[in-house]
Ligand binder design. Structure first.
Ligand SMILES: CC(=O)SCCNC(=O)CCNC(=O)[C@H](O)C(C)(C)COP(=O)(O)OP(=O)(O)OC[C@H]1O[C@@H](n2cnc3c(N)ncnc32)[C@H](O)[C@@H]1OP(=O)(O)O
Ligand SMILES: N[C@@H](CCO)C(=O)O
Length: 365
């Protein structure tokens, strides 16, 4: 149920799924090392002769490398980001069990799964692992790097660490440093997981009841008062129990534990907490100034987890960045759902960028 490792599989939708193995020791930001690092990834389309059609997607907390599945509408055969024009790459993050090395993987030193002995990693480590993959794929230039939420945290870090490699950057519903509010939400979820004593049993479904509660807590930050009001309102006034909202929370928790494990969730939320582009750099604002990509920052108006002020901050500190706010009844998760609005705003940004480039070329000719 947990491992979807595919080795060099060409799927029916024409995409290519594979796993990259790094044969040296992978050094984490905290100095710890992971042997035999695996990075699962999928590609769609072909790298062109100039190697300048790469779209790299960084996924959020519980997604996987199959971006055509979870970002359908923005990515797909007939979408803005399509395999006809682009070479689209999406890799599973370190710590997630959709094919990359994670706490359920076997530790080559002990021959046993890591579980809670897995080393803690940061957003920068997620990026470093994907930079190795990019180099393995012969990609030294990314036409457009895009990510939302935890995916946006990776995209902003990548753009700071390798500014010359990223031409265009799209950051959605994300931030420059994870907020005290966001960390508190994550800690509450981890408290739910660790209250489930099976978490310490080191078994694949350990902590799953706790994870169900964690997802229930998280949903309150991914959705809004009005989303619950419109989708979970009762049609009768005489109920005193068994409300739709309760069943929804239970259903969503069950849905997650059927496809995700508590260990990956625990470590990935800690990685999210670690996000701070200013760490070991002069300041957050100075780090953002290192970005040279043509940048669009998109926020969701009623996102309670990553409020608009965070995207405004990014746009104000990244040189020349544009800012756009979208409305979504969903709140934070709107970045995964409002694909028509995203296609529209990103499509316009790409057109404007092309025009700017033509004008620049005319001036320098
Ligand atoms: C292998 C994989 O699955 S890969 C990973 C896929 N997931 C990801 O990539 C992570 C990112 N995606 C997500 O977080 C989510 O899928 C989102 C945000 C995009 C959409 O969330 P959803 O849960 O689909 O939407 P929403 O909140 O409207 O809930 C709808 C679901 O709740 C169910 N539901 C709605 N109200 C109730 C209720 N009162 N009681 C019980 N169930 C309910 C619906 O029947 C529907 O069920 P379904 O998912 O089985 O079709
Ligand atoms: N709903 C997203 C997390 C919010 O960014 C996910 O499950 O990946």
């Amino acid at each position: 149920m947990y491992n979807s490792k595919n080795d060099n599989v060409k799927s029916t939708s024409g995409n290519f799924a594979s796993t990259y193995s790094y044969n040296k020791q992978f050094k984490l930001e905290n100095g710890k090392k992971i042997r035999n690092l695996q990075v699962a990834y999928q590609t769609y389309g072909k790298l062109n002769a100039n190697k300048d059609n790469v779209i790299w997607v960084c996924h959020a907390l519980t997604a996987n490398a199959d971006v055509f599945e979870w970002w359908e509408g923005l990515f797909g055969e007939n979408a803005l980001f399509n395999p006809e024009e682009h070479y689209i790459v999406c890799a599973n993050v370190l710590g997630s069990h959709y094919g990359s090395t994670n706490p359920l993987s076997t530790n080559p030193i002990t021959g046993l799964p890591y579980y809670l002995s897995f080393p803690q990693f940061t957003i920068r480590d997620l990026v470093s692992a994907h930079q190795l993959l990019a180099s393995h794929l012969g990609i030294d230039y990314i036409k457009l790097l895009i990510g939302g939420s935890l995916g946006g945290q990776q995209a902003v870090e990548w753009s700071i660490s390798e500014p010359n490699k990223i031409e265009n950057l799209i950051l959605i519903a994300t931030n420059a440093a994870h907020s005290p509010w966001g960390i508190a939400f994550n800690e509450s979820q981890r408290l739910a997981i660790t209250t489930d004593r099976t978490f310490y049993a080191n078994q694949p479904n350990g902590g799953s009841k706790g994870l169900k509660t964690a997802r229930s807590i998280a949903l309150l930050s991914y959705r809004t008062y009005s989303a619950y009001g419109s989708t979970q309102v009762e049609s009768v006034n005489d109920k005193t129990d068994n409300f739709r909202s309760s069943s929804y929370q239970n259903y969503q928790g069950e849905k997650l534990i059927n496809r995700f494990n508590a260990y990956s969730y625990y470590y990935l939320t800690k990685a999210m907490d670690s996000h701070n582009v200013g760490r070991n750099r002069k300041s957050i604002a100075d780090a953002l100034k290192l970005i040279t990509a043509n940048t669009l920052v998109i926020g969701i108006e009623n996102d309670v987890l990553f409020p608009l002020s965070e995207q405004k901050y990014l746009a104000d500190h990244i040189l020349g960045a544009e800012f756009s706010a979208l409305h979504s009844d969903y709140g934070h998760d709107g970045f995964l759902i409002e694909t028509d609005a995203l296609t529209n705003v990103i499509g316009n940004f790409i057109k404007e960028s092309r025009n700017k480039k033509i004008i620049k070329l005319q001036h320098t000719a």
